[in-house]
Design a protein around this ligand. Structure first.
Ligand code: PLP
Length: 398
């Protein structure tokens, strides 16, 4: 093949999630939109906060079109970065530095840029905690690293002992994601503290810097009074990869940021490497209109109550039927154990009842399916008889 075979393979084979989503679209066209319970994709089901539309209208009617749509500086609009740093400090009492903050096209870009900024040697390793967002593998490998998977402990928490044993002289970065996709699990403060202590000890033992990349698209989607975690407070060498895709329900607009912790080792060098990686990857700058929108809307959140209602309904119904899943305190996913242990078989059995759920193998964790419950509450209610039929079919709760 003349073109790049690895890129060809990625393009030719859609992700399992996208595959199922495309199937769902075709199936809805055949049997009707309401008759397919499509839980495949993490596309927010609630509109952005009203302030988003109001601010877009205001900007478009009041501000110079030339300035609004022009390039910003590569690291992003200074006013926006100032607001982000100020709001972060107000929320967490921890000061970010606007001059170590870099506006991106969402969390995917935040991650690819950060990984490219950090990874430098073919032996470099990046650790991810299973279950994890499948694109981590794609992003880490494209940056030139090997992805090392840390299997989960009970309840899909981080297995701290397994983690300790996986750290080594080649570990360059660790990706953490809480609230988690695909489990909805929010790591407890003791876990975060322990994680930080293990990392610090590994940095000393191996004489290396290990960056903790905190992937935070769900930071604002929390239930049950849970508080968001300020990872840079616990571990100095942290890079926050944020996105407004889920918090403001703007996934198609591609806007987020990277914040290198002001306490990080070689923070200035790392920040310049972030700028360099963004340049080498051809990002130029994040979408200008939405950078400016963020200046007005950072810190706001779409209606999280709808997700909580959906979580309560579905978690309650599924566990009552006899299915097993970790309790999700954030994001909008349930990670359900396949009754026979075979995720693909379970996903196919669900598909036959027009329930679309993603088998877990690509999340680095076999034997589960992911349910993205970011759909309308009516859809959840309507799907419950179909789940009952699925439970019967799989012999659950007998
Ligand atoms: N990280 C996680 C854990 C995600 O779930 C997603 C998207 O679903 C992303 C990153 C990418 O998000 P974005 O749309 O901001 O690029």
């Amino acid at each position: 093949m003349i073109c790049n075979e690895k890129m060809y393979a990625l393009g030719a084979k859609r992700s399992v999630i996208r595959e199922l989503f495309e199937y769902g679209k075709a199936r809805k066209a055949a049997v009707g939109e309401d008759n397919v319970y499509d839980f495949s994709l993490g596309n927010p089901s609630v509109p952005p906060p009203p302030a988003v539309k109001a601010e877009l209208i205001r900007m478009l009617s009041e501000e110079s079109e030339i300035a609004l749509h022009g390039y910003t500086s590569a690291q992003g609009d200074k006013g926006t970065r100032d607001v982000i740093a100020r709001n972060y400090e107000r929320e967490f009492g921890f000061a970010l530095d606007p001059d170590l903050t870099y506006m991106t096209c969402g969390a995917a870009a935040s991650l690819t840029i950060t990984l490219n900024a950090i990874v430098k040697d073919p032996a470099d390793e990046v650790i991810a905690f299973a279950p994890f967002f499948p694109e981590y593998r794609v992003f880490a490998e494209k940056a030139g690293a090997n992805l090392v998977v840390c299997p989960p402990a009970e309840g899909l928490e981080i297995d701290l002992e397994a983690f300790r044993s996986l750290l080594g002289p080649n570990t360059r970065a660790v990706i953490v994601n809480s609230p988690n996709n695909p489990s909805g699990v929010v790591y407890a403060e003791e876990t975060v503290r322990a994680l930080a202590a293990i990392l610090e000890e590994a940095e000393r033992r191996f004489g290396v810097t290990i960056y903790l990349i905190s992937d935070e698209p769900y930071r604002a989607l929390l239930f049950d009074g849970k508080q968001a975690t300020c990872f840079p407070r616990y571990y100095a060498d942290t890079v926050v990869c944020y996105s407004y895709s889920k918090a403001l329900s703007l996934p198609g607009e591609r806007i987020g940021y990277i914040a290198v912790s002001p306490r990080a080792t070689e923070k200035q060098e790392l920040y310049l490497a972030v700028c360099g990686a963004g340049r080498a990857l051809g990002y130029v700058c994040a979408p200008a209109l939405f950078q400016r929108l963020v200046k007005a809307c950072d810190g706001m959140t779409a209606d999280v109550d709808v997700y909580r209602t959906n979580r309560d309904l579905l978690y309650g119904a599924l566990t009552e039927m006899g299915f097993t899943c970790a309790y999700p305190s954030g994001a909008f996913y349930l990670f359900v154990k396949a009754p026979s242990g075979d995720a693909n078989e379970f996903s196919e059995a669900a598909k036959a009842l027009d329930i679309l759920v993603v088998p877990s193998d690509s999340f680095g964790c076999e034997g589960y399916v992911r349910i993205a419950y970011c759909v309308s509450t009516e859809q959840i209610e309507k799907s419950i008889p179909a789940f009952k039929a699925l439970a019967e079919k799989c012999g659950v709760g007998k």
